[in-house]
Ligand binder design. Structure first.
Ligand SMILES: Nc1ncnc2c1ncn2[C@@H]1O[C@H](COP(=O)(O)OP(=O)(O)OP(=O)(O)O)[C@@H](O)[C@H]1O
Ligand SMILES: [Mg+2]
Length: 250
């Protein structure tokens, strides 16, 4: 995607011509105008020094690499038009932190981005290895980049058979789940080999869906997380059971 690779120059142009909507429209199929303006705000505040390439494109969000004040950043941009806001709603309703949000699609996606930032902050403060959260601007979440020189750390699912000591890695993941549950008082709610990066240690990502322990479905989500983790490590030959892992977390 040439266009995105050139965003660096474009950000420079945005600085002087942010009101020129014709210019902004050029980027319309990648970013809508409000998203571009939010990116411009982040550049203006000095949080983003330069945008880099695409790390991931998905249904809910695109993730980009960027350079910030203190190093590499991951910029997760939630899509307002195509996000499944009905699913998001289920994870927002029941969370006391978000009881006053409006129910338009846009407001739900914006609340979701703020929710992910707050979840990451709570996890980070509890000592769980997650990308250090930096800021949310509208639908844009800025966080620490896990990886080096624009290359993201691999997902657990992609290095499954290269893990040297899977039992040790499982123990580390369960420790993080325990800290998340008991210190941060959160349940990840979408934990699996698809949302754990491996950077020497496991790094939990994608915490938009994470809920507080008092959410009515928190226990069901915890059980699902445990099932996913146990299934993955059993496949790798680690002897473990859901009951045993649950007992270690609680
Ligand atoms: N902080 C980060 N550092 C490096 N890479 C990241 C970071 N956050 C996300 N990624 C990469 O981007 C991908 C998508 O991120 P994430 O899981 O948070 O989004 P998602 O909501 O699952 O998006 P999708 O709609 O694609 O499922 C991850 O699998 C990972 O490869
Ligand atoms: Mg994900």
């Amino acid at each position: 995607m040439k266009r995105i690779q050139r965003i660096d120059e474009e950000m420079g142009r945005l600085r002087v011509r942010v009101k020129d909507t014709e210019d902004l429209k050029v980027w319309g199929d990648v970013f809508d105008v409000p998203t571009l303006k939010a990116l411009y705000q982040l550049a203006n505040k000095g949080i983003i020094k330069a945008m880099g390439g695409v790390v991931s494109t998905g249904k809910e969000a695109n993730v980009f690499h960027a350079i910030g004040k203190e190093g590499e950043l991951a910029i997760k941009i939630y899509k307002i038009a195509t996000s499944d806001f009905k699913v998001m709603q289920e994870y927002l309703i029941g969370d006391p932190r978000f009881k006053n949000i409006k129910h338009s699609k846009k407001d739900i996606v914006l609340a979701w981005a703020r929710k992910e930032l707050r979840n990451l902050s709570r996890a980070y403060d509890a000592g769980v290895r997650v990308p250090k959260p930096i800021v949310v601007e509208r639908n844009i979440l800025v966080m620490e980049f896990i990886g080096k020189d624009g290359v993201p750390a691999p997902l657990l699912k992609d290095i499954a058979y290269e893990i040297e000591d899977p039992a040790e890695l499982l123990a580390q993941i369960v420790d993080y789940m325990k800290a998340l549950y008991n210190k941060a008082k959160l349940v990840h709610a979408d934990l699996s080999e698809f949302n754990i990066l491996y950077d020497g240690v496991p790094v939990f990502i994608d915490m938009g869906p994470s809920v507080t322990r008092d959410h009515p479905n928190a226990e069901a989500f915890l059980l699902r997380d445990v099932k996913n983790v146990v299934r993955f490590f059993r496949k790798l030959g680690v002897e473990c059971s859901e009951e045993e892992v649950i007992a270690r977390i609680r």
